[in-house]
Each structure stands twice: as C-alpha cells, then as structure tokens.
Design a protein around this ligand. Sequence first.
Ligand SMILES: [Zn+2]
Length: 156
Amino acid sequence: MSTLASVRAAVGTVVDPELPTLTIEDLGILRDVAIVDGRVEVTITPTYLACPALATIADDIRAALAASGHPDALVRTRLSPPWTTGWITSAGHAKLAAAGIAPPPRSLPILNEDAVTCPQCGSTRTSELSRFGATACQALWRCDECREPFTHVKPH
Ligand SMILES: [Zn+2]
C-alpha cells in the first residue's frame, strides 16, 4: 500500500526525541507530506534553528518510512514561518498534561509569563526553579501548593 494516507500514518508515529510523549504531528512541526514522482517528501519546521534533535527526527522519519516500504524518502526543512509553541495541537496539550508536563500557553504573545499552571493540582501558585530543564526548550518549575516539581515547555 502506497497511498498518501498510509505514508502520513507512518510519519505520524514519529515522536519528538526531547518530548517523546508527543509525535511530530502533536508538536506541530510536521508541515507537509507528499508523494512526488513516487518518492515520499516530508517537510518539517524545527522547533529551534539549531535544535540538535532535528537530525534525529529526520532519521526517525526516514526509518519509519523505510519500514513501511518507502526507503528513499526525502526530508526537507522549512524555516519560515518559524515554529512557535502555539503550533502544538490540542491532542499534544492533552498528552503533555497527562504526562505531568505543563504545556506552554495556547497563543502568543504571553501576557503573563508567571501564570504557569501546576499539572498536578491546577494551582497557578508556581515558581521557576531553573531556567533550563532537561533540554533548552524546557524549564524546571515547582508548585507552591502541592510542592511537586514539574517540567514546563517554555513558550517562544
Ligand atoms: Zn500543584
């Protein structure tokens, strides 16, 4: 089977190496999937220009497509318009919350960056512990109500 739908399904299984809870579709970085002259072409927009995860994501896309019968896929990068955290889908937000990660605000600009909601108890009495968490895209926060630390995906 070599329909666009099956190709899309294969690409849709690829997860973000930094936030493996999310597929690249959830994250909103998957811009386009096409079949041109029998060859699969995938276009992605990286979350950061120098995101080291980009090479991994491109490899994972090629591997997922090779496993579904498309060994010669081309992965393109599109930098404009730039990705923002506002591109994370509703499904992505739900998955982040379920994983105990505070999602970024739905829309930019951020009017009150301090209003980060605790994913455990929903309190907005939260404080930033560290500007940088596991990766540059994440920060470490703690809830002042339930005292639980949590990861916050920084808006940008
Ligand atoms: Zn809490």
